[in-house]
Design a protein around this ligand. Structure first.
Ligand SMILES: NC(=O)c1ccc[n+]([C@@H]2O[C@H](COP(=O)([O-])OP(=O)(O)OC[C@H]3O[C@@H](n4cnc5c(N)ncnc54)[C@H](O)[C@@H]3O)[C@@H](O)[C@H]2O)c1
Length: 262
């Protein structure tokens, strides 16, 4: 266990997830990768999933190199059959599913989300993807009478922006699905929460942040004067899954360096 704590970049919190099974979508990059590494650091066996096989396998290699246990399952979260197979893999490989981080998402950035194709893609991945994951994961968790689900929404799930109808609507939808799941399964041992990150340094923001002028704008969007790091979001995901959060459900946790406090 000592060895695997090293992949958490200096963080020392260990949630004691030994024997637990965690599943993370969009785990080949950014927030999902940080969460997968964090779950492994805390002792969980991790089903690493992404539509991108290469980056997903890299995350598995990072976990294994540090002494943890992980497998990769390719999954496009907008495809119901692939999501079913993903959850089935957690059961066949590790015997169950304790924690699910439904994190995969896209941000069309500068594209016009009023265009049919771009709108539809946003809805199918960001919103339908989360619903499909919750549907399949809850089946397994209901049988066990326990589980914790954390969905990645965004501050744009709580406040609007004038540029991105698709992103704003789908992330508000993720917060809605989170509240729905929390109420539906409150008495059956399943907690459902969301994280709502502000601007975070990941693959999603990298193309913009690569431009020094744009980087200044991104840093300036947050009262703290900097973008968040993926690990700062993953910390909240782990806590929400942990027994420390046993009375927390239906919560949309803002982690944004103060951006929505303005
Ligand atoms: N980076 C930010 O500033 C920020 C802010 C708020 C919310 N978020 C949300 O955080 C989540 C993770 O994003 P990130 O910033 O780490 O971005 P990222 O681009 O670094 O990672 C996203 C991952 O999701 C995968 N993915 C994309 N489409 C998929 C699909 N259909 N099925 C499965 N996997 C798919 C990608 O291959 C990638 O590995 C997203 O839901 C995003 O909307 C990000």
């Amino acid at each position: 266990m000592q060895k695997i704590t090293q992949i958490k970049e200096g963080r020392t919190m260990h949630y004691g997830f030994d024997g637990k099974v965690a599943l993370v979508t969009g785990a080949g990059s950014g927030i999902g990768r940080a969460a997968a590494l964090g779950f492994a650091t805390s002792g969980a066996r991790v089903v690493v999933s992404d539509v991108n096989e290469t980056s997903g396998n890299e995350t598995v290699d990072m976990i294994k190199a540090a002494g943890g246990a992980a497998v990769f399952q390719k999954c496009d979260v907008s495809n119901g059959g692939e999501v079913k197979a993903l959850v089935a893999r957690a059961v066949s490989e590790f015997g169950g599913l304790d924690f699910a981080h439904n994190n995969a998402g896209i941000n069309s950035m500068m594209a016009n989300e009023y265009e049919d194709e771009i709108w539809a893609r946003s809805v199918s991945i960001n919103l339908t993807g989360v619903m499909l994951c919750m549907r399949e994961e809850s089946e397994v968790m209901l049988k066990a009478g326990k589980g914790a689900i954390v969905n990645t929404a965004s501050i744009n799930g709580l406040v609007g922006n004038g540029a991105q109808p698709g992103y704003v609507a789908t992330k508000h939808g993720v917060v809605g699905l989170t509240r729905h799941g929390a109420l539906r399964w409150a008495q059956q041992g399943i907690r459902v929460n969301a994280v709502c990150p502000g601007v975070v340094e990941t693959g999603m923001t990298a193309p913009l942040a690569a431009n020094p002028d744009m980087r200044k704008v991104l840093d300036g969007m947050t009262p703290m004067g900097r973008m968040g790091k993926p690990e700062e979001i993953a910390s909240a995901v782990l806590w929400l899954c942990s027994a420390e959060a046993s009375f927390v459900t239906g919560h949309a946790m803002v982690i944004d360096g103060g951006a929505t406090a303005v």
